[in-house]
Design a protein around this ligand. Sequence first.
Ligand code: FSX
Ligand code: SF4
Ligand code: F3S
Length: 313
Amino acid sequence: MKEEKGFYERLAEKGVSRRDFMKYCGFLTATMGLSSSFVPKVAEVFAAPKQRPPVVWLHFGECTGCSEATLRSMYPWIDQLVLEILSIEYHETIMAAAGHQAEDVLRSAVKKHEGNFICVVEGAIATKYDGAYGKIGGRTFLEIGKDVCSKAAAVVCIGNCACFGGIQAAAPNPGGYKGVGDALGIQTVNVSGCPPNPINFVGTVVNYLLLGKLPELDWANRPLFAYGKTIHDQCPRRSHYEMDEFVEEFGSEEAAMGYCLYKMGCKGPSTYNNCPIVKFNGGTSWPIQAGHPCIGCSEPGFWDEMTPFFESQ
Ligand code: FSX
Ligand code: SF4
Ligand code: F3S
């Protein structure tokens, strides 16, 4: 109880009311596909964490947009909540250490938490020429990945690059870049997108802390709660497109079709993600709402299979 009071007091100091926090927990619970009876339990994961699993967060071939998206979400207090429920032992972007010191931190974190830590990976791994196309501190991504991931309790890939290779794996891909699961031949949980929506990463972590297991996955190892339906199936422009009144309103079928972005190359029909429902920046907007076709950023084979972006396939 005491702990809980401390938590809400700290939130209040940041200008966040208990009501706002519960609203966020309600949104997160719904995103995770759990019934509303779980909302208090989800709140408890943050307010009175029973465990703070150690996390080693690796960076390979990528742009760090995934970390940026997660750590700079619209409400700064959400980032802090994530950092509070996880014990981040190593993360190159947010840690103070650099060079040899950072290498030492990684080695000792892996040794200390062997078999117990969650390894979050951002970025793809070069596999050709013994991984020579990607190195940190003299070791290839391939060596680091093999060493660290084999000692983790679970490996969570954040972003298309770590999940499926992303832009690094686009043709001609001289370094033979691949997603982490493919490159290392291991099972990973793939929170895909370029970048992924932070709520889907938080949902994966909270699922683990709340239910003691990782979420159910689809054929591409993506959490089903987030990647179970296509963008197209959830797209508000689709219902408009299908409405006769909409055609009436725009005067012709051709004009009505202009509202749907399919002819501008929208890849919504072949892309699985929950963007239309959860949106970005605290529910402000998402690509199609902003007038841009979906470019298929959460699919295996993004880029090559989704380009040219502005032509329908
Ligand atoms: Fe990739 Fe993430 Fe796109 Fe960038 O690290 S999914 S290029 S947003 O940053 O890996
Ligand atoms: Fe489907 Fe894209 Fe058209 Fe939406 S804009 S209805 S996702 S094709
Ligand atoms: Fe990506 Fe399409 Fe969503 S481009 S962010 S999956 S709308």
